[in-house]
Write a protein that binds this ligand. Structure first.
Ligand code: F6P
Length: 347
């Protein structure tokens, strides 16, 4: 008989199933297939968003939608489309209990019992959307939480679990090619969308962030408003304190700046500023998923005074200072800024 098992390509769906088989071997727990079905909702939405972005210049989807989102930011037409695509593709999945989006003030909840509706998906549908009109990379970021059993907490309490409880996290970068990166706590894996077959195909298995890189990434226009220790840290990088010549790179699309940091190493920072003492980036759907991925790839993520994944969220749109990157740069950062960040958050 012909051997049809030879793997020519591995799609993201196959990869998840393989990971579940490994889990079965190591834990004896039978995979339900629920999780891969859930992730297929995310990849379907990502393909819809990518198709819309590719034709953006042709189909009048550039520009402002004409409303502000919950953050007081101008919604772009593509923000609205990306949000609707995710709500649609995920809302149909029985296993979803709630969907929390950057674009919506309140979570969208589904009337499903806790046994069926086991997961909460938190997402930023189109990160970096101010870059769309100038044809620069944007992305989608997502985080998956397991709903707590009713006797342990309400659905709202399940949504506000700290980041170390995430069961999966990932992002999609819509760049020269469309790349999906995810973790379920068993390493970080990257896939590239093959447009000829419409599938995300494994391109980087077990991704590791280099121990040290040669880029720092920060909006230096804000430097005058940072706590002094952050200014000192960036100055230290610039002047060879880590025995490396650094160059700066800042796209202003978190997902793209993070993707480069994951592949090339270095550090990305969005420190507290005088204008935004609690930071700018959002904990649940920006910092937490990227911190989970960074740690799984051997890097670190901090808000200055502690690990991002240990923060107990108080609100779904909460902001946080966010610094993430290679071990070498991050250890130096923690040593330089910890006391400063503590006093900044107390302000
Ligand atoms: O949170 C939205 C976002 O656009 C991120 O993608 C990006 O890292 C950041 O804001 C850029 O902010 P700023 O323009 O203040 O540097």
């Amino acid at each position: 008989m012909r051997d049809v098992s030879m793997a020519m390509i591995t799609t993201v769906q196959q990869h998840i199933l393989q990971q579940q088989q490994e889990m079965l071997k190591s834990t004896g727990r039978e995979p339900t297939g629920t999780f891969s079905w859930l992730l297929s909702g995310i990849t379907l939405a990502a393909k819809m968003i990518e198709a819309k972005i590719r034709s953006a210049g042709l189909s009048d989807v550039y520009g402002a939608f004409g409303a502000e989102n919950v953050q007081g930011e101008q919604q772009q037409k593509l923000d609205v489309y990306a949000n609707q695509a995710l709500l649609h593709c995920l809302g149909l999945r029985d296993s979803v209990a709630a969907l929390v989006s950057e674009e919506d003030e309140e979570p969208v909840t589904f009337n499903r019992d806790a046994e069926t509706g086991k997961y909460i998906i938190v997402f930023d549908p189109l990160d970096g959307s101010s870059n769309i009109d100038v044809n620069v990379n944007v992305g989608t970021i997502f985080s998956v939480l397991r709903r707590m059993p009713a006797e342990l907490g309400t659905l709202e309490e399940s949504i506000l679990q700290p980041g170390f409880r995430q069961v999966a996290a990932g992002y999609v970068v819509y760049g020269p090619s469309t790349v999906l990166v995810y973790t379920t706590g068993n390493g970080v894996h990257g896939f590239t969308l093959d447009p000829t077959i419409g599938a995300f195909v494994l391109s980087n298995e077990k991704m590791r962030m280099p121990e040290q890189g040669s880029y720092y990434s920060v909006n230096e226009a804000n430097a005058a408003g940072w706590p002094e220790e952050y200014r000192g840290y960036v100055e230290m990088l610039r002047t060879g304190g880590l025995k490396k010549e650094y160059s700066s790179r800042y796209i202003g699309s978190l997902v793209a700046d993070f993707h480069r940091t994951l592949l090339k190493g270095g550090v990305f920072l969005y420190p507290p500023t005088l204008k935004q003492p609690k930071g700018k980036l959002r904990l649940l759907y920006e910092a937490n998923p990227l911190a989970f991925i960074a740690e799984q790839a051997g890097g670190m993520a901090t808000y200055g005074a502690g690990r991002i994944l240990d923060i107990k969220p108080e609100g779904i749109h909460q902001r946080t200072p966010f610094c993430v990157g290679s071990r070498r740069e991050m250890e130096a950062l923690v040593a330089a800024v910890s006391p400063a960040a503590t006093s900044a958050s107390a302000r």
